[in-house]
Write a protein that binds this ligand. Structure first.
Ligand code: NAP
Ligand code: HSE
Length: 427
């Protein structure tokens, strides 16, 4: 039996889940893998908080974890860039293997950390950084290693998916649904990372690096969150046969990559349309396996701890001095596609209904955008206020944005246009 001593940095939602999972499944893990796990030290900010761990193990001194020669693996579950980056760097410099769930850190400094780890011949496990309990990174990097992956589309943020599910199924407000995601421990410490799409963008960066073999440090691509999605749009989408989901989309177009994160209308029959609450799902296409879908809980204490634990075991069994079995790429840069072609849902708040559809359709036509559906509705109790909703055929987004610019100067417009992309083209 091999004894592995864990130094835990952070004992909140995920760290607490790891402590609980080690306690619950230590025996079965030892039987299956020959690895006996011990949580040896736990770094926190506030030592007085109640936690599922023996108080004698708790410390507020980083050195008590990072410089303890008995600790084999440092597990970083603090989140954010600093002090997590400093602690992880110190662990690597001290030749300790690291496991982290911190996609913000990897997206910002993954290149540097992996280089240092390779120099020190230690490993960094990061399965839990993308899609919580779904072993998606290992699937891409190991199970599907014999495939060229050409495209992926995923629901990769549990908080956004919970919010959109509760807004559409329970008529819950955005604020109440976000508060629920925070209460359940799904949201980031700064929840704007979730609702503004940056958490999903960090995950897409990691997924795309592994799937497409591209180096994407500091890549800038289209990132939109879900704040602009209103109950009115969710209702209109449902009437037209769609649900609104927050998607991360990546395509290898040969010479360049298309990467984007935004809310989108999905046909109700699309497999991702049925992914609800904090569940995540990634649909991808490999040239050997064709389409494949991975679904499971993408946030939460025990599901995420499950991914952390799998990294701890994998690293413990392969040990120091081995080349990582999978890692983020070192060098291949691919340019990102500049424009985007899609179908669109548009909503224009208006203050005068008669003839307004014609004005809007004409302006769209002026820019080569043709429409497949148009309707005008009045706001209840306000006969002078309404919304024009348009479905636009596939067109270049740059042309559509020029048309929206022209429409926004019409005197009948009562507010900014809402633009949501429609995802039905498949992978
Ligand atoms: P959390 O509940 O806020 O826990 C953070 C922990 O880090 C707390 O125990 C906190 O101590 C400790 N901490 C914070 N700043 C510290 C500092 N300066 N020094 C020492 N300890 C410090 O966060 P979480 O939800 O577990 O998330 C942890 C990581 O996992 C993040 O990178 C997150 O993105 C990632 N992740 C989370 C989920 C999820 O569902 N929550 C899923 C996948 C990945 P105190 O307890 O004393 O405040
Ligand atoms: N805040 C993240 C989410 C946690 O809601 O998906 C999981 O990475």
């Amino acid at each position: 039996m091999k004894r592995v001593r864990i130094g835990l940095l952070g004992c909140g939602t995920v760290g607490g889940g790891l402590v609980e999972l080690v306690r619950r499944n230590r025996g079965v893990v030892a039987d299956r893998t020959g690895v006996e796990l011990e949580v040896r030290r736990v770094l926190v900010r506030d030592p007085a908080k109640p936690r599922p761990v023996d108080r004698a193990l708790v410390t507020t001194d980083p050195a008590a974890v990072l410089e303890d020669p008995e600790i084999d693996i440092v597990v970083e579950l603090i989140g954010g860039i600093e002090p997590a980056r400093t602690f992880v760097t110190r662990a690597i410099e001290g030749r300790k293997n690291v496991v982290t769930a911190n996609k913000a850190l990897l997206a910002a400094s993954g290149g540097d950390l992996f280089r240092r780890a390779a120099e020190r011949r230690v490993r960094i496990g990061f399965e839990a950084s993308v899609c919580g309990g779904i072993p998606i990174l290992r699937a891409i990097a190991a199970g599907l290693v014999g495939n060229r992956i050409s495209a992926l589309v995923g629901i990769v943020n549990g908080t956004c998916n919970l919010i959109l599910t509760k807004m559409s199924e329970e008529k819950c407000s955005f604020a109440a649904a976000l508060a629920e995601a925070q209460r359940l421990g799904f949201a980031e410490a700064d929840p704007s990372l979730d609702v503004d799409g940056r958490d999903a963008a960090q995950k897409l960066q990691i997924l795309a690096e592994l799937a497409f073999g591209a180096k994407l440090d500091h890549a800038e691509f289209l990132v939109e969150g879900i704040r602009q999605v209103e109950a009115e749009d969710i209702r209109a989408a449902a009437e037209l046969g769609y649900v609104i989901k927050h998607l991360a989309i990546g395509r290898d177009l040969g010479g360049e990559l298309e990467l984007r994160v935004h809310p989108a209308l999905l046909p109700v029959v699309h497999p991702l349309a049925h992914v609800r609450h904090e569940f995540n799902s990634v649909l991808l296409r490999g040239d050997a396996v064709d389409e494949m879908i991975f679904t499971g809980k993408g946030a939460g204490s025990l599901p995420t701890a499950s991914a952390v634990l799998s990294d701890i075991i994998e690293i413990s069994r392969n040990g120091h001095g081995h080349e990582p079995s999978w890692h983020l790429p070192e060098a291949v840069d691919k340019p990102l596609a500049a424009d985007l072609e899609s179908k669109y849902y548009l909503r224009f708040p208006i203050r005068d209904v008669p003839g307004v559809i014609g004005l809007i359709a004409t302006a769209l036509g002026n820019h080569g955008v043709s429409i497949s559906h148009a309707s005008a509705t009045l706001v209840e109790g306000r006969p002078d206020c309404g919304n024009v909703k348009i479905l636009a055929h596939r067109c270049l987004e740059s042309a559509l944005r020029r048309a929206i610019g022209e429409i926004s100067r019409l005197p009948v417009l009562a507010g900014p246009a809402v633009l949501l992309r429609i995802f039905e083209e498949g992978l």
